[in-house]
Design a protein around this ligand. Sequence first.
Ligand code: NAG
Ligand code: NAG
Ligand code: NAG
Length: 976
Amino acid sequence: MARPRPSRSSSSFLPLLLLLPARHPLALLVAVAVTATLPPPALPYGFRNCIEAAWDPGFFRCIQRYLESPGPAVSDLPPRTYALNLSHNALRLLPPASFARLPRLRTLDLAYNRLQTLAPGAFDGLGELSALDLSYNRLAALGDGVFAGLGNLSSLWLRRNPLGSVSPGALAPLVNLRCLSLRGGRLEGLGAVAEAVKGLGRLRTLDLCCNNLTALGPGPPLPASLVNLHLCNNSLGGLLGASPTTLRHVRTLDLSYNGIARAEAFAPLRLRNLSLLHLSGNPLDVFRLLEVSDVRPHSLDFSGLTLGEGGVEKVCQKLKGPRALRRLKLQHNGFQKMPNGTLASCPLLKELDLSYNRLRGVGCVGLLLRGEQQRELEALTVEHNLLQRLPSCWTAAELPRLANISFRYNRILTIGPGAFAYAPALRVLKLNINSLARLDRDALRGLGNLTELRLDNNLLTDLYQGSFVDLGSLRTLNLRNNRVSVLFPGIFKGLASLQTLDLGGNNLRHLASRSLLGVPVLSKLYLDRNRLLEVRSEVFAPVQATLGVLDLQANNLQYITQRQRQQPPFRNLSRLYDLKMQAQQPYGLKVLPHRFFQGLVGLRSLSLSQNKLLAIPADVFQDLGQLTFLTLADSSNGMQDLPDGVFRNLGNLLTLDLENVGLHSLTLEVFGNLSRLRVLKLAKNELKTFNYSVASRLPSLRYLDLRKCPLSCTCDNTWLQSWLNNSRVQVVYPYNYTCGLRHHAYVHSFDTRVCFLDLGFYLFTGTVPVVLLLLVVPVVYHRAYWRLKYHWYLLRCWVNQQWRREEERYVYDSFVSYNSADESWVLQELVPQLERDSFRLCLHHRDFQPGRSIIDNIVDAVYNSRKTVCVVSRSYLRSEWCSMEVQLASYRLLDERRDVLVLVLLEDVGDAELSAYHRMRRVLLRRTYLRWPPEPPAQPLFWARLKKALRWGEGGEGEEEEGLGAGRRGEKEEKA
Ligand SMILES: *[C@@H]1O[C@H](CO)[C@@H](O)[C@H](O)[C@H]1NC(C)=O
Ligand SMILES: *[C@@H]1O[C@H](CO)[C@@H](O)[C@H](O)[C@H]1NC(C)=O
Ligand SMILES: *[C@@H]1O[C@H](CO)[C@@H](O)[C@H](O)[C@H]1NC(C)=O
């Protein structure tokens, strides 16, 4: 018996359906819908040529970018920019409206460029600009309209430009200008400048020093608001063009170094209103000047004038008057000696400045003055002289108000005992930048009010015990850059108010444990650039309650192992907030012992840069919960990645500088806990990527520097490419990151389509079947379960039938399809009637092969029988198997165009009942059927018609069918 073959075509159908949409418009639609749900691309952040200050949003520096025009820098800056520094570039010209994108700009620095021309309207749109620096450029002229629109500008610097002309209208728009510097140009007349500034009613300061001015006129008067006029280093020798109105409103006038030789040249000018006149560097007889002009001696600065023999006395004669002098400045007067009583004839003065002379001594100062003057003097400055020793002044006259003394920049070798006994009220004493080799134990006796003592940059080798014992008010002691090699115990005794002690740049190798005794409120201790080999906790014990800043950079600290051999050095410094340990000598700190920073619970800033750290113990920063700033920059001595958990407790860290430390990768174990980190500097590392996982764990990050890392352009970094364009974190120069060492391929633009294509495809093929299945299954289940099942069987039938076509024959004349409820009728009435006439009948209870699936049996029965008799009753209609048998038979009817179906209606089924079984109803409506008459006389007719129907088609159909039927019968007969 022929068996239906399993269908193969159906099994390849599903994948086909799924592949199809990949090139289909529908696929595009789905893809668009999927991408539309992703967040839209953010505006770029991170700038081609500028860096936004990490802690000052809106302040941009675009320095040393070799820019030839401002466009590339300005084009991607946000409108909120308020300060822009474009200095040190190669700008050649400014086109109109160069900065119009930045309407909020207040400060613009264009110094150190090559600007030769400014187009009219170059600064259009900068209505809020208040400061503009164009110094150190190549501007030769200022034309009309270049400053148009700068109505709020208050400062304009044009220093060191070869500026030869300023057009009369050039500065007119600057109605709020207060300060204008044209220093170092090539201007030749004040008149042209006066013309240009004449409308500037708020101009206060005009600097024209170092030009080529030869005349003060002709020209309009300077604005009445202009009170500070600097004309130094010009060629105004004859003061040509001067008129009484020229300098009428000026208060401060600088005419130094102009080669003015004739005092009479000043005669036409009105100088009465001047409050300060600088004339140094002019070969001028100043006493003659005082005679021929109306300048008041009090307003004259006598510095830099050759006063001649007895000059000081003559000056003082001139200054005599009822008023006390605020300050007497006698710089650059070539004085070599100041004999006793030199200044006795001067009026009372508060400040005396004798700097830049050639004095070898000033004695005990008081002797220069007479009694009442001594009581008034508050400040004495004798810098840049040749002072060699300060004598002992125990018995000298006191200057009870003298609070400031500066002897900087001299050659002082020794200071005698009680050298400042004349100034018991001294507060600030500057002895720095001298040759002091030895400080007498009693040199600073009695200075109980001294608050600041500068002894830095001398040659001190030893500090004697008791030197500072009287300085109970001293707050700052600066001993930097001397040669101190030992701090004897108790050396600072008596410095009860000392807050800042600067011992940087000395020769200290060792700190004795009691070195810091006697400074109970010390808060800042600088020990940098010494040769300390170790630091021990005992040293800091006396200051542990107050020390806030400790600078230990550039010493010789070294540790051999990570094992602690002594107490952690800083363990009691709980108030310390700033610790510097960078750049240990000669090769840098290599090892940090375990928990080296133990106890620094208040530390906020830690600097460990420029060392050669080979290994950092994971617990080293464990106690630094308050740390906000940490740098390990430039510690790349083959340092590998940082140990896991090293930053674990640094939840308050805001800035982390890891530039050039040899990192190969970033891991969550290291960077996972920095939840407040804002600034992360990772430049010059071996990083190939900046991991997404790490980035997502730095929620506060605002500034990231990845310059000079060999970032790779692989699919791993596609996220980075899009991240470079995100709008939260400023990435420094994101458009300069190259792909590894390749110079012309960039991370921000490498081709990621390959990566996305794969991803999209996998996503598509992965999700679409699931989605479709989820859509289709319930619908199918709900609406077409049975229909599908039939179609499945039909398909199998069709296949069977195809295969069967060649060897068609019928085993049975008819397959009787009935429901078991009607079995009695079938067996007692139908079967005997028909088998009597030798019809071969197929009955399921009799002829179905046991063991085969029922469906196969049905299919075989239908196809191996010439006809199918359906015994229709109510129970038949309800049975799904029967329903299928009808379907199979009617399919055959359609397919073979042969009428195989004979319907016997066993009981009357109303139309209403039938409508529930619409499939059967359709068949019944289409076909004629035989109705079983219950009354016996009608039954013979029924049997006759049934038998006719079963025989019909054996011979009398259409020609074709007849031939086929005959043929088949023939075949069948042959085989039979
Ligand atoms: C100033 O002018 C003189 C003569 O006019 C000229 O020799 C000199 O080179 C000029 N200086 C500058 C800096 O232009
Ligand atoms: C100034 O006076 C003091 C004491 O009166 C004296 O010792 C000293 O020699 C005098 N100096 C000069 C330069 O006359
Ligand atoms: C030191 O300062 C205090 C307070 O300012 C003042 O009362 C005292 O007179 C000063 N001492 C001397 C010696 O001037």
